[in-house]
Ligand binder design. Structure first.
Ligand code: UDP
Length: 311
């Protein structure tokens, strides 16, 4: 039987590379597209000799030409750390808009299924808590995070248009804060920042008073959710995240405890438009995918710290 082929844009990134691993294990052929702006060869180096894996170095904002049959397009290419998208707002807008257009075009041409990696950022600084998929969000389109939030909102609108007009079988994963091995040490997001700072005897940088909240999902749980979403019949956005919510101050204390290192905390200015709270309502994923996260924050952080220690 012919193996199914999946194209993963951003396949050398943090989430993308874990998806490459999982889908190869599940018997897919994987074509990984990445321009390495934030992805890393080290994330997929172990796959380069695998005959079912192919790497194409390419910017998804440019036309994608693939000769063979494709069954699934997973569009995961994007800058995802606020530090990165503040530095590269135009790249961010392009991969969310032009990149999504190209990835959808490929899915249409190949009569393939399509998945968009969307984000909890479509809810902006949410006025409804926890956030269900029915919430339309509270986003500052012209603010510093607008390049990410609005490009993902545009990407969702485009994906729904391709579903309605071209009848493409689409999936939209609204991914909440995810962490784990292969996050870049200097990624800028809070989990790698705190772990790096603790392990290098640097003070932990808490932005604002640390009372803002996030809900952290371990990468293996997320990948399981994405895998189930690929195979379900739903053509609407679904939240994927861990509903256990923590303040950033609590997170810092957790990491201090787990590393056993007595880091100092310093307080820095809260970045502009930083959402005050975030927690997914995952009732829909539970009902339709029979999915919920299993890895507790302590266990996931422990594994992540171990991985950072091995670098
Ligand atoms: N944050 C922090 N210190 C850091 C990095 C981030 O206090 O060194 C805070 C940030 O202000 C935000 C939360 O941690 O409130 C999560 O930030 P992250 O960049 O991980 O992702 P976001 O959820 O904001 O996209």
């Amino acid at each position: 039987m012919r193996k199914k082929t999946v194209v993963i844009t951003g396949g050398a990134g943090f989430i993308g590379s874990h998806l490459c691993d999982r889908l190869l294990l599940e018997g897919f052929k994987v074509i990984c597209l990445d321009n390495f702006i934030t992805g890393a060869l080290s994330n997929i180096k172990h796959l380069l000799g695998n005959k079912n894996f192919r790497l194409i170095e390419r910017d998804v904002a440019k036309y994608i030409d693939i000769k063979e049959k494709v069954d699934f397009v997973l569009h995961f290419a994007s800058l995802a750390s606020p530090e990165d998208y503040l530095k590269y707002p135009i790249h961010t807008l392009k991969s969310g808009s032009l990149g999504t257009h190209n990835a959808l075009g490929l899915a249409k041409q190949k009569k393939a299924k399509f998945m968009l990696a969307s984000t909890s950022e479509v809810y902006g600084d949410p006025l409804i808590h926890p956030q269900p998929e029915t919430y339309w969000g509270n986003v500052n389109s012209i603010g510093v995070r607008g390049c990410y939030d609005e490009s993902k909102r545009f990407a969702e609108a485009l994906t729904m248009a391709y579903y309605r007009v071209h009848k493409i079988d689409i999936k939209i994963a609204r991914i909440f804060n995810t962490y784990g091995p292969r996050m870049r040490v200097r990624d800028g997001r809070v989990v790698p920042n705190f772990i790096y700072q603790a392990l290098h005897d640097k003070p932990m940088t808490i932005y604002g008073e640390g009372m803002q909240t996030r809900s952290f999902c371990y990468i293996d749980d997320l990948v399981e959710g994405i895998f189930r979403l690929m195979h379900c019949r739903v053509n609407e956005p679904i939240n994927l995240g861990n509903p256990n919510e923590f303040t950033i101050l609590e997170l810092s204390k957790f990491i201090i405890e787990l590393t056993g290192i007595k880091s100092r905390i310093i307080y820095k200015l809260l970045p502009k438009d930083d959402p005050r709270q975030r927690q997914p309502n995952i009732a829909k994923a539970k009902r339709l995918l029979k999915w919920e996260p299993k890895v507790e924050l302590g266990e996931g952080l422990y594994k992540t710290i171990e991985w950072f220690l091995g670098l």
